[in-house]
Design a protein around this ligand. Structure first.
Ligand SMILES: [Zn+2]
Length: 195
C-alpha cells in the first residue's frame, strides 16, 4: 500500500473515531467495539449465523449469542418484518401535512391498517405520513377520511411514491382474514373533538 493510500485510510479511520466520540454512541448505549462489529455484520446480513460472527470477531458462539440478546433487550438491535415496497403491487402515499397538533393527529390513525409511519418535522409541513393501499382511489379515501376536514389539519398534500433508492420495508398491518377490514370508515375509530 503506498503512502497516500495509507494516509487516506488513516484519515477515514480518524473520522470514524471522531464521529464515534462526538456522538458518544458507545458510552450512551454501553457498547464496545465488538458490539459495533456485530451490529454492522447483522445490518449487512440479518441471517448471519452466530458461528459466522464468532469466527470474525474471535469470540465463542455462546458469547456472541449473549451479546446479540443484550442488543435486542436494549432495543438497539431490532428487526422489522414486512414486505419490500419495490416487489409488491402496492401504492405508497407520502402525505405532507400542516397540522396544529401533530401528536394527536398521529393518535387518530393508530388503528389504521393502511398507516405505515409518521415523521414529525420542522418546516411548513410539520408532519409527513406514509400510507399504503392497493389502489389509488382507496389511498385518496384514506386521506380524505383521516385528514381532510379534520380541524387540526390546515393543509394536506398527497404525493404517490414512484420508487425508493433502497429497500423500503413496509410492516403491513392488514389482517387478510378479516373481511370487515375494508376501509377506514369501518375500521379506524376517529376521535374528533366534540364528536
Ligand atoms: Zn384508516
Amino acid at each position: 500500500m503506498n503512502k497516500s493510500i495509507m494516509a487516506k485510510h488513516e484519515s477515514t479511520f480518524k473520522k470514524i473515531e471522531e464521529f464515534k466520540s462526538n456522538t458518544r454512541f458507545n458510552e450512551k448505549l454501553n457498547l464496545d467495539d465488538r458490539d459495533n462489529v456485530i451490529l454492522s455484520i447483522l445490518q449487512k446480513n440479518p441471517d448471519a449465523s452466530q458461528e459466522e460472527i464468532a469466527g470474525k470477531i474471535r469470540l465463542s458462539q455462546p458469547s456472541v449469542g449473549t451479546r446479540i440478546r443484550k442488543l435486542h433487550e436494549k432495543g438497539i438491535l431490532s428487526t422489522i418484518t414486512g414486505v419490500n415496497f419495490g416487489l409488491v403491487d402496492l401504492h405508497l402515499g407520502k402525505i405532507d401535512v400542516n397540522a396544529t397538533d401533530t401528536v394527536s393527529i398521529i393518535k387518530e390513525f393508530s388503528n389504521c391498517p393502511f398507516f405505515i409511519n409518521a415523521l414529525i418535522t420542522s418546516g411548513k409541513y410539520n408532519l409527513c405520513l406514509f400510507f399504503m393501499a392497493t389502489d389509488l382511489k382507496r389511498l385518496e379515501g384514506i386521506v380524505n377520511y383521516h385528514l381532510r376536514g379534520n380541524p387540526k389539519v390546515k393543509d394536506v398534500e398527497l404525493n404517490i411514491v414512484i420508487s425508493t433508492a433502497k429497500d423500503f420495508v413496509l410492516p403491513l398491518n392488514i389482517d387478510y382474514d378479516n373481511k370487515e377490514q375494508l376501509n377506514c370508515e369501518q375500521k379506524c375509530g376517529r376521535t374528533l373533538e366534540g364528536k
